[in-house]
Design a protein around this ligand. Sequence first.
Ligand SMILES: C[S@@+](CC[C@H](N)C(=O)[O-])C[C@H]1O[C@@H](n2cnc3c(N)ncnc32)[C@H](O)[C@@H]1O
Length: 247
Amino acid sequence: MPHPAATATDTAAAAAQHGAPAGVAYPKTIKSFVRRAGRTTTGQAKAFEDLGPRFILPYSPQPLDANAAFGRSAPLILEIGFGMGEATAHIARVRPDDNFLCCEVHEPGVGALLKRLGEQGQTNIRILQHDAVEVIDHMLAPGSLDGVHIFFPDPWHKKKHNKRRLIQPPLVAKLAARLKPGGYLHCATDWQPYAEQMLEVLSAEPLLANSASGYAPQPDYRPLTKFENRGLRLGHGVWDLVFLRRA
Ligand SMILES: C[S@@+](CC[C@H](N)C(=O)[O-])C[C@H]1O[C@@H](n2cnc3c(N)ncnc32)[C@H](O)[C@@H]1O
């Protein structure tokens, strides 16, 4: 049965994507991630124990009460796939007036972000250690977001794996529906074919308008991470895209 937060368009788009007739739930979704093995360090494990109860929200297929989850009312930004949380912690620090709801499935990454929160004392982040697509489908109501960050999503280089990429029409339509008018969707990638796919898919979404003509200048809140600096030193490009939800 579709969840209350899912729209009829979501259901039809997802069914069509998976070849099921409209209105029929498809049996298995293609995931945008694989659960990587990775060691959680002692420091990260301690951060889970000490800070997990404060910063990790349980996944529950119920619309999220963001004001209750953050203990205040503030603009809500969703981040999908924060990795080790370097950019996430920086952005939350330079934008203290926003609330950041951050999804990541990789446990050591969650531990690493918790550790940073402990060290830096930020309180405007909540973490969902869960598939962001399910969070969007089941926990986020239409018009509930002021922004979305998707930085360096897995590029799934091989053609046969391209279907796992996050930035595809059905997910973009769901994100656009959950943004408030004037809200933004900010993506960044260092893989040119994916940048081109992003530009094509985002430009084709009727609810979104490009804030730039083509790729956007890097917004000043997004830091250059260690990973990105290494790429830039090797001569790799980086492409930012910022699209706005139409009224
Ligand atoms: C290539 S990493 C980039 C991490 C980070 N944004 C950065 O810039 O360094 C992509 C991350 O997205 C996460 N991810 C992919 N699909 C996801 C999903 N559906 N829900 C939550 N996390 C996801 C992966 O676990 C991975 O850590």
